[in-house]
Design a protein around this ligand. Structure first.
Ligand code: FAD
Ligand code: FES
Length: 254
């Protein structure tokens, strides 16, 4: 798949919560070709960090040429991004990256996400036909993602570890109930590894295909440095998250 390097104007960049920001930039070639599950490797132009950072594509609009990412402030690279001023600054965007993407097929999908793992699921939700969405957070304040899915989702379930919103408990515990209440043909999940592992197990128990989006620290992002490999739990084969994924059939991973 063709990838591009674009010097993108920052169109919007604002906090959604204390720690999660949303950035929109003009990267028309990436926007026109991106598929749900792919990511961009970005570098805030003229700032301190000199290595690119990977972020899942939360939206890509071929009409406007805009690409959106949702990012958690963790270190130098994301602090640089938060300093970018809409209408003035630019961000270097390499993308779309990733050879493994979420399946877009007829039938009803259940999307399960936690934390910034929900970002790439937003893009997927708008490419599917009214999916069911499960948003998992530790507490109520982490379930704000709701608003980004409402226009696309048929139904949104929420779980919180502490029971302060939605169903109390971890995401995987709610999956059997959701499968009972909805006719689900496949599951897509992105979030912490423990969440993906347990949701994949719940999907396997119900005989439903499941795709997971892996996250590993990355350097090159294009399959050259071998920095992001993992060994398949089934055949022992080594995969590169950046080039073979980040989306995999859950049976290849767990
Ligand atoms: C394919 C892919 C998609 C991603 N999509 C998103 C996304 O949509 N939104 C988002 O907020 N983040 C996403 N990430 C993670 C994001 O790339 C990192 O948070 C970011 O690179 C941190 O950069 P930084 O310079 O601010 O932090 P750094 O200074 O590099 O690191 C600060 C701290 O964060 C930890 N850290 C950094 N990167 C990671 C990582 N990948 N996994 C675990 N811990 C890490 C470091 O160990 C360190 O303690 C994605 C990562 C991958 C590989
Ligand atoms: S990040 Fe270099 S091979 Fe994946």
């Amino acid at each position: 798949m063709k990838k591009f390097l674009e010097d993108a104007a920052v169109v919007a960049n604002a906090p959604v919560t204390d720690t999660i920001w949303r950035l929109v930039c003009k990267a028309p070639q990436t926007a026109a070709s991106a598929l749900p599950g792919q990511f961009v490797n970005v570098l805030a132009t003229g700032r301190r960090a000199f290595l690119r950072r990977p972020f899942g594509i939360a939206a890509a609009d071929a009409g406007t040429g805009e690409v959106t990412v949702m990012y958690r402030l963790v270190g130098r690279g994301t602090a640089d991004m938060a300093a970018l001023r809409p209408g003035q600054d630019r961000i270097s965007v390499e993308g779309p990256l990733g050879g493994g993407t979420f399946s877009i097929k007829p039938g009803k999908a259940l999307l399960v996400g936690g934390g910034v793992g929900l970002a790439p699921l937003i893009f997927l939700a708008y490419k599917l036909d009214n999916p069911v969405v499960l948003i998992a957070g530790r507490t109520a304040s982490e379930t704000f993602w709701n608003e980004f899915f409402t226009a696309a989702a048929e139904k949104i379930y929420i779980t919180t570890d502490d029971g302060s919103a939605g169903i109390r408990g971890f995401a995987a515990a709610a999956v059997p109930r959701i499968l009972k209440e909805n006719r689900i043909d496949r599951i897509a999940v992105c979030g912490p590894t423990a969440m993906m592992r347990t949701v994949a197990a719940a999907a396997a128990a119900a005989g439903i295909p499941c795709e997971v989006s892996m996250e590993k620290r990355m350097a090159c992002g294009i399959g050259a440095c071998l920095g992001c490999t993992f060994e398949s739990g089934t055949d022992g084969k080594r995969y590169k998250v950046c080039a073979d994924g980040p989306v995999f059939d859950s049976r290849e991973v767990f």
